[in-house]
Design a protein around this ligand. Structure first.
Ligand code: PGA
Length: 252
């Protein structure tokens, strides 16, 4: 059976390299635990070198974005540079990037760029709000379709999806999704993926959950939520919390 996936999304934290090293030291003490998972660390690019050196053997590097800039461009970083640090996956279409104006069309271009560059794309999707009538299902279907435009079946086989309801993500979160509701939504996402790429592939694409995951809800979200892993933001900056999350993923 495939290992459970855990992605530590550091976003634009921690505040200094010194702190980043402290976090890595904390993670490193539990390397045997993390080896039991498919564990990714997605740091700001300024910390790539430290993360890929300190995390060797128990984690893999993930990037938080890809640049669509063509040719020489001040201030941008290319997928080749990201790959040279050992990056394996690219988080794309995170709601915090979409809120800066990133469109589904750009996400779909980044998906194709990731695949061309040899990075497995991890596309984030999620509604801004839940309504009693279930309109958000339609929103999700459209967002998934638009973000995956132009992807072949073969390419789809190497991608991952993170379901991140926007209202549950980050410091402004109003709560987290109940595991049973996650189960329903994860099934729906799988159905949309199967409609797009055929059942054999749709059923195999790993679906992760992200949004206010912590050491109390992680285990249940995984077991009752029917997902293959978790994407953890804030709690991942605290090695103790991440360790407890990792523990609860292994017990399941
Ligand atoms: P959070 O973020 O765990 O801080 O809610 C999740 C994410 O942004 O991936």
């Amino acid at each position: 059976m495939a290992k459970t996936i855990l992605v530590a999304n550091w976003k634009n934290g921690p505040a200094s390299l010194e702190e980043a090293k402290k976090i890595l030291k904390g993670y490193g003490k539990k390397r045997e635990l993390y080896k039991k998972l498919s564990f990714f660390i997605a740091p700001p690019s300024a910390y790539f070198e430290s993360v890929s050196a300190a995390g060797r053997g128990y984690s893999k590097l993930a990037v938080q974005n890809l640049s669509l800039a063509k040719g020489v461009c001040t201030g941008e970083i290319t997928p080749e540079i990201q790959k040279s640090f050992g990056a394996k996956i690219a988080i794309l279409g995170h709601s915090e990037r979409r809120s800066l104006g990133e469109t589904d069309e750009e996400v779909s271009r980044k998906m194709r760029l990731a695949l061309k560059s040899g990075l497995a794309p991890l596309v984030c999707v999620g509604e801004k709000a839940r309504d009693a009538e279930g309109e958000y299902y339609e929103f999700l279907r459209n967002q998934i379709k638009a973000s995956l435009t132009g992807l072949t079946k073969q390419a789809a086989a190497s991608m991952l999806v993170a379901y991140e309801p926007v209202w549950a993500v980050g410091v402004d979160a109003t709560g987290y999704l109940q595991p049973e509701e996650l189960g329903q939504t994860a099934r729906f996402i799988r159905k949309v993926l199967s409609d797009l790429f055929g059942r054999a592939i749709g059923e195999k694409i790993p679906v992760l959950y992200g949004g206010s995951v912590d050491d109390r809800n992680a285990g249940e979200l995984l077991s009752a939520g029917g997902v293959q892993g978790l994407l953890v933001g804030r709690a991942s900056l605290n090695p103790k919390s991440l360790e407890q999350i990792a523990q609860s993923l292994i017990r399941k």
